[in-house]
Design a protein around this ligand. Structure first.
Ligand code: ADP
Ligand code: MG
Length: 759
C-alpha cells in the first residue's frame, strides 16, 4: 500500500484524473495500447504511474517506464511522484542523458525518450518493462515519434510471447489522429480516453495593436500593469529565449527596487553553487558513469533557448507613462506604491535544476510570484498559483535548410495550439486571464498546429540508429508523421560518405539508384559508430581514432562540440550602464583567455577546436570551480556536462576496443605538434563535406565576398565569426562544425585545413 501524507491526499483529490482511475485502468487491462489525453495539469504525468504501481504492474520485478521529451520534466516529475508516494528515489527514479538515480529497486522510471531508444538497441523487446508510457506525445519530439513507431511493433511481439507489454500514449488534447487514425502505425485504432480537466475559465485579452518588434518591452509594461492594478495571483510570462528571460527579470527587479532579492538570497545562491561544486567533486572521485545513457547530442529544437541573436529592444521609454495610465482601476497616488513586492524567477531549460525547482515553492509571504519563462512552461511543467499569463505570441525555433543543413534560430509566431496551451496555464486554480500581446487578427493568421520536429530537421542520427536496429528501409517505418524523402536521402548520402552504410551498387538507372540509396544496409564501421552516444559525424571521429594515442583529445573535442553553449554570451544587451561595463570587461578577458588556449605555433591552426581543448584542459587542471568558469566566461553547467560525456565516451571506447585502454584520468597534457596535426585530420574526416575556401582578394568580384568563404553547397558567402580565434588569420581552407545564420552566415567551430589534405 502507498502511504501518502494528508496534504498530498488532498491535492490529489482535486485532480480531475483521479475520478477516471477505474476507467483508465480497465482500458489498460483490456487493451495493449491506450491513448490518454487531457489538458496540462489534469494529473496525467504524476498520477498514471501511481495507478499502475497500485494495480501491481511493477510487483513481480517489472518496471513502469515513462518517457519525457525534456530532461527537466524527467527529473522533476520523478521527484514529485516519489514525494507523493512517500517512496525513495531508489524506487521512483530517473535517467537522463548523463545522470540518473536508477537502482535495482527501481519500479517507476522516468527517462528522456532518447534514453529508452538507446535501451531498445540493447534489448529490442524491452523485457524489463511491464508498461511504457510515452508522455507529452503531442510535443512530437523526434525520439517520441520513433518510439511510438517501434513500440507499435514491439507490443504485438510481446503479446505473442505471452509476456505482454502495455503501451500508453499520453498527450494534451491536440491532434491525436496522427496516432489513432494512422493505419500503418496501429491497424486497429487504440481506444482514446479523454480526461476532462477542471479548467477554470480564462479570459483572453488581445492587444488592439501588435507591437512591431519590441514585444519584450510590451511584456514588461503589461507585467507592471498587472502587478499594480490586479488582485493577487501569480504571473507567468512567455518569452522566446534565455537572454530575453534574463533581461526581463532584470528589468522587473529593477523596476521594483525595494524588492530586489535580499542579500540572504544571494548568499543562498553562492551556497548552492558551493554545494554543486562539492557534488561535482564527489562525482569525480567516484569511478566513471555506466553507459546505458541516452545518446543524443542533437539539440531538441523545441527547447529553442539558443539566444545568440535574441535581440531585445530595451528602451525604457514610455515606462512611467504607461504605469500612470491607470485605466481607472487605481486610486490616485497608488501607482507608485509597490507595497506588494514582485518575486521574479526565470525558467528555461538550460537553467540549473535547483534554480528551476524554485518555481514550485510558494513565493515568500507577502509577495507576488512572477515567472518569466520560455516555452518549457507551456506543457511539461505546471507552476502552482498562476492566475495571469502574458503571452508574447512568439517562439524561437531552429530552422534547417534541407539541402545545405545551414541552421538558424528564428523567432516566429507560435501556433494557435501553442497559444491556447499558454493561455490554459492561467486557469488551473481559479479563473484567470491571459494577455496576448498581439491582435486577434494576427492570431487568426497563426498556423493551427506546429509541424512535428521530425519533418523540420536533418535525420542522419536517427537513420543510423534505425539501421543499427536492422530497419533497413527507413522509408517504410511506421512514423506517426514521416520525415520528407529529401531529408531521408540526404541522411543516407551523408552516412554513405562517412562509411557508415554500405554503398549501393553504381549500376542501374537513376530511379533504382535513388531507391537503393534508401535501403542501404549498415556497415561494420556504422555499427561501431551507432554505439557512440553522439551524432554520426562525431562518431566517425571517435571510430577513426580508436587505435591512437590521440583518443583522449578527440573524446574531449567531441564532448565539447556536442555540448551546447560552452561560452557565456556577452553580446547581449545590458540592463544598466554598470552591467554594460562588466560585460565589456568580461568579453575582453575571455578573448584573451581564448588566445592563450589556442596555443602557439601550429596548434593555432586548430583554431576554435584548440580553444575548446584548452578550455577543458585548463578547467580540469585543478581549477574545476564555479568561480574559475565564471571568471573565464565558461558556463559551469556545460563544463560539468562535458566532463560527464568524456567519462561516458571513454567507457564506451574502452568497452568497444579491448586492445586499447584509454586512461580515465581527466587531466591531460597539451597535445604535441604532431598530435595536433593528426587531430586536425581526424576532425576533417568527420566534417569532410564542411570545407570552405577563402575568396582571395584578387578573386573579389563583389564587395559582399570580402573576407568571405565559399562552400560547395551554398551560393552565398559564409564568414568566420569575430569571436573565433581564426577571425584575424583567415586561413585559405577551413572546416567548420556548422553554419548558423544570424546577421550573416557564420561558421561555428572553425579550424584550418592544409590544402594537400583535400581530396
Ligand atoms: P499533466 O501531466 O496532466 O499535465 P501533472 O501530473 O504534471 O499534470 O500535474 C498535476 C498537478 O500536480 C499540477 O496541478 C501541478 O500543480 C502539481 N505538481 C506537479 N509537479 C509538482 C511539483 N514538483 N510540486 C508541486 N506540485 C506539482
Ligand atoms: Mg504531463
Amino acid at each position: 500500500p502507498v502511504l501518502r501524507t494528508p496534504e498530498i491526499q488532498e491535492a490529489r483529490l482535486k485532480l480531475p484524473i483521479l475520478a477516471e482511475e477505474q476507467v483508465i485502468m480497465e482500458a489498460i487491462k483490456e487493451n495493449s495500447v491506450v491513448v490518454l489525453c487531457g489538458e496540462t495539469g489534469s494529473g496525467k504525468t504524476t498520477q498514471v504511474p501511481q495507478f499502475l504501481y497500485e494495480a501491481g504492474y511493477s510487483s513481480d520485478g517489472g518496471i513502469i517506464g515513462i518517457t519525457e521529451p525534456r530532461r527537466v520534466a524527467a527529473v522533476t516529475m520523478s521527484q514529485r511522484v516519489a514525494k507523493e508516494m512517500s517512496l525513495s528515489h531508489r524506487v521512483v527514479s530517473y535517467q537522463i542523458r548523463y545522470e540518473g538515480n536508477v537502482t535495482d529497486e527501481t519500479k517507476i522510471k522516468f527517462m528522456t525518450d532518447g534514453v529508452l531508444l538507446k535501451e531498445i538497441q540493447k534489448d529490442f523487446l524491452l523485457m524489463k518493462y511491464k508498461v511504457v508510457i510515452i508522455d507529452e506525445a503531442h510535443e512530437r519530439s523526434v525520439y517520441t515519434d520513433i518510439l511510438i513507431g517501434l513500440l507499435s511493433r514491439i507490443v504485438p511481439f510481446r503479446k505473442k510471447k505471452g509476456q505482454p507489454l502495455k503501451m500508453i500514449i499520453m498527450s494534451a488534447t491536440l491532434r491525436i489522429e496522427d496516432f489513432t487514425e494512422n493505419k500503418r502505425l496501429f491497424p486497429t485504432p487504440p481506444p482514446v480516453i479523454k480526461v476532462e480537466a477542471r479548467q477554470f475559465p480564462v479570459t483572453v485579452h488581445f492587444n488592439k495593436r501588435t507591437p512591431l518588434d519590441d514585444y519584450a518591452g510590451e511584456c514588461f509594461r503589461k507585467v507592471c500593469k498587472i502587478h499594480h492594478m490586479l488582485p493577487t495571483g501569480g504571473i507567468l510570462v512567455f518569452l522566446t529565449g534565455q537572454a530575453e528571460v534574463h533581461a526581463l527579470c532584470g528589468r522587473l527587479r529593477k523596476a521594483f527596487p525595494y524588492h530586489r532579492r535580499p542579500k540572504s538570497e544571494e548568499k543562498e545562491d553562492s551556497a548552492d553553487d558551493m554545494k554543486k561544486f562539492k557534488k561535482a567533486k564527489a562525482r569525480r572521485a567516484k569511478i566513471l558513469p555506466r553507459i546505458n545513457l541516452d545518446n543524443y547530442s542533437v539539440i531538441p529544437i523545441d527547447e529553442g533557448d539558443e539566444d545568440r541573436d535574441a535581440g531585445i529592444d530595451d528602451g525604457e521609454e514610455a515606462f512611467d507613462d504607461d504605469l500612470n495610465l491607470g485605466d481607472g482601476v487605481l486610486e490616485e497616488g497608488e501607482a507608485s506604491d509597490s507595497s506588494l513586492p514582485l518575486f521574479v524567477l526565470p525558467l528555461y531549460s538550460l537553467l540549473a535544476p535547483d534554480k528551476q525547482a524554485k518555481v514550485f515553492r510558494p513565493p515568500p509571504s507577502g509577495t507576488r510570484l512572477c515567472v518569466v519563462a520560455t516555452n518549457v512552461a507551456e506543457t511539461s511543467l505546471t507552476i502552482p498559483g498562476i492566475k495571469y499569463v502574458v503571452d508574447c505570441g512568439k517562439v524561437k525555433k531552429r530552422f534547417y535548410d534541407k539541402v545545405t543543413g545551414v541552421s538558424s534560430f528564428r523567432i516566429t509566431w507560435a501556433s494557435q495550439a501553442s497559444a491556447n496551451q499558454r493561455a490554459g496555464r492561467a486557469g488551473r486554480t481559479e479563473p484567470g486571464h491571459c494577455y496576448r500581446l498581439y491582435s486577434s487578427a494576427v492570431f487568426s493568421d497563426f498556423e493551427t498546429f506546429s509541424l512535428p520536429e521530425i519533418t523540420r530537421r536533418p535525420v542522419e542520427d536517427l537513420v543510423l540508429q534505425m539501421k543499427a536496429l536492422n530497419i533497413e528501409k527507413v522509408v517504410n517505418f511506421p512514423f506517426p508523421t514521416p520525415p520528407t524523402t529529401d531529408a531521408l536521402i540526404a541522411a543516407e548520402e551523408l552516412l554513405i560518405s562517412l562509411g557508415a552504410l554500405q554503398e549501393p551498387s553504381k549500376s542501374g538507372r537513376l530511379k533504382e539508384l535513388e531507391r537503393a540509396k534508401l535501403s542501404c544496409p549498415i556497415s561494420p564501421l556504422g555499427r561501431t559508430m551507432a554505439l557512440f552516444p553522439v551524432s554520426p559525424r562525431y562518431a566517425k571521429m571517435l571510430a577513426l581514432s580508436g587505435q591512437q594515442s590521440c583518443l583522449p583529445y578527440i573524446i574531449t573535442i567531441v564532448s565539447a562540440m556536442t555540448v551546447r553553449e560552452l561560452f557565456e554570451e556577452f553580446d547581449r544587451p545590458a540592463v544598466s550602464e554598470e552591467e554594460k561595463m562588466k560585460l565589456k570587461g568580461k568579453k575582453a578577458r575571455v578573448a584573451q583567455m581564448q588566445k592563450i588556449w589556442a596555443g602557439q605555433g601550429s596548434s593555432q591552426k586548430f583554431g576554435d577546436l584548440m580553444v575548446l581543448l584548452g578550455a577543458v584542459g585548463a578547467c580540469e587542471y585543478g581549477q574545476f570551480t564555479y568561480k574559475f568558469c565564471e571568471d573565464n566566461g565558461l558556463r559551469y553547467k556545460a563544463m560539468v556536462e562535458i566532463r560527464r560525456l568524456r567519462g561516458q565516451l571513454t567507457t564506451t571506447v574502452n568497452s568497444l576496443c579491448s586492445d586499447v585502454s584509454v586512461s580515465v584520468d581527466s587531466k591531460m597534457a597539451p597535445p604535441t605538434e604532431s598530435q595536433v596535426t593528426f587531430l586536425r585530420q581526424i576532425v576533417m574526416a568527420g566534417l569532410g563535406d564542411h570545407i570552405a575556401k577563402r575568396i582571395q582578394p584578387e578573386e573579389l568580384l563583389d564587395e559582399k565576398w570580402r573576407n568571405a568563404y565559399k562552400t560547395p553547397l551554398l551560393d552565398d558567402p559564409v564568414f568566420i565569426h569575430p569571436n573565433s580565434v581564426l577571425f584575424r588569420q583567415l586561413p585559405d581552407f577551413v572546416v567548420y562544425q556548422e553554419i548558423i545564420e544570424t546577421s550573416k552566415m557564420y561558421m561555428k567551430g572553425v579550424s584550418a585545413v592544409e590544402p594537400k589534405w583535400i581530396p
